[in-house]
Design a protein around this ligand. Structure first.
Ligand SMILES: [Zn+2]
Length: 64
């Protein structure tokens, strides 16, 4: 007997985030376990939250 269990799609992805302060693009992991700072100006752009990170910039695109 075939089981028909839907496996939820992982909600995680790599995101291309544009820093709201300097405009630099940064690739971050959406479920990062550490805070991520802009590589250019050190602004906090992704804050770890136990699940999906809180994004403090503009999400340009998601990469998979
Ligand atoms: Zn920046």
């Amino acid at each position: 007997m075939k089981e028909n269990i839907l496996i939820p799609k992982p909600n995680s992805a790599f995101l291309n985030i544009q820093c709201s302060k300097c405009g630099e693009n940064n690739i971050i992991y959406s479920h990062t376990t550490s805070n991520i700072y802009c590589k250019s100006c050190n602004e906090l752009i992704a804050e770890r939250s136990g699940g999906k990170a809180k994004i403090n910039g503009n999400i340009i695109s998601a990469l998979d």
